[in-house]
Design a protein around this ligand. Structure first.
Ligand code: ZN
Length: 350
């Protein structure tokens, strides 16, 4: 054995000790590294699993930040937002923003935070976020559009119209958005008397870029005579629900009787009595179906309405001007269905 190991005073002995020490250090580091990595993975899994528990409060401060977390947490925040779980989406976005150093890397997360605030109804917070993005990136179209929506929901139409100026400069088609904002500014104006408002609305009807449905609905509230005078036969289908739910006292039978489609609609509704031989087809499927069933002796038929968005294809039970899902304007699609009459419908959309 004495011949295998070098003696203490042999230089080879020192080299052997150094090699052994290096091996011990390398092996320990490797093992410790593996354990640390395993702990981190477990910690991440535990952290992410918490999101599956509805009642669990997120303790984001406990989570050590790592760059590899950014992508999965961004997706998780987006999923929370889409599910309507806004508080969790907000917390996650704030956690990421707090931990990311460079503004450029935060921009997308800031935009998502702004959109989540907007959806959740935290309009002033959404405003701050979009202004922050636009301060660094004044040409960011999405932020300009979203900021316009924020101001619209805050009824600050002058500010909303200001967002159109840079959008125009960026080459965006803003004609309909501008008309939408100007019309809504007019509707909430306190400077005009109802009579002046009616006059302004009638002027806007001459221009096709203003939303006909919104104008007619407002006219029915402000001036029945003006509303009926401005009913256009070619646009009846787009206001069928408004007409269908009009209270009996708001009907103008002189105008209804002079138009075959209006006559058909209100005969179907049961507001107008007509000789069955005199009824003409309206060209609106549900109305003609109800008329056929009435002629056949059944009076138990009604219409139900749902409202779709031609842009995002979502359907909603209530009417809208700006889509609640994707914020598109003038994209409403009214879908009517024949339904069994449940009770006397006495409410109006006005
Ligand atoms: Zn939509």
């Amino acid at each position: 054995m004495d011949n295998i190991f070098p003696s203490y005073d042999d230089p080879l002995f020192s080299i052997l000790i150094i090699v052994i020490l290096i091996l011990i250090v390398a092996t320990s580091s490797y093992l410790l590294g593996n354990i640390k990595e395993e702990r981190k993975e477990k910690s991440l899994k535990k952290f992410l699993n918490r999101f599956n528990n509805e009642d669990y409060n997120l303790e984001l401060e406990e989570m050590p930040f790592e760059l590899k977390l950014v992508k999965p947490l961004k997706l998780l925040a987006l999923a929370f937002k889409n599910q309507g779980n806004y508080q969790r989406a907000i917390n996650l976005n704030i956690y990421l923003i707090d931990n990311i150093t460079h503004f450029q890397d935060k921009k997308e997360i800031l935009a998502q935070l702004g959109e989540t605030y907007l959806k959740a109804g935290f309009l002033k917070r959404a405003e701050v976020i979009f202004l922050q993005i636009l301060h660094k990136y004044p040409r960011d179209k999405e932020s300009l559009y979203h900021l316009g929506v924020v101001y619209e929901l805050l009824n600050e139409y002058d500010k909303a119209l200001e967002t159109i100026i840079p959008l125009k400069l960026l080459g965006e088609e803003t004609k309909y958005l501008e008309a939408h904002l100007k019309l809504n500014r007019l509707l909430i104006s306190k400077k005009l008397t109802p009579k002046e408002k009616v006059e302004e609305l009638e002027k806007l009807l001459e221009n096709n870029i203003y939303n006909y449905r919104v104008i007619i609905k407002t006219l029915f509230k402000l001036d029945l005579e003006s509303a009926w005078r401005n009913i256009k036969n070619s646009k009846l289908h787009s206001i069928l629900d408004i007409l269908w739910f009009l209270p009996f006292s708001n009907l103008n039978f002189d105008i209804i009787s002079s138009d075959k489609t209006l006559s058909a609609i209100f005969f179907a509704k049961g507001s107008l009595s007509l000789n069955k031989e005199k009824i003409e087809k309206s060209g609106i499927f549900v109305i003609d179906t109800i008329i056929s069933s009435k002629i056949g002796g059944s009076d138990n038929v009604d219409i139900t309405f749902i409202y779709g968005c031609r842009k995002c294809k979502q359907y909603f039970p209530i009417t809208f001007v700006r889509c609640p899902q994707c914020y598109a304007i003038d994209k409403i699609k009214i879908k009517e269905r024949v339904a069994e009459k449940e009770s006397q419908t006495g409410y109006s959309l006005l």
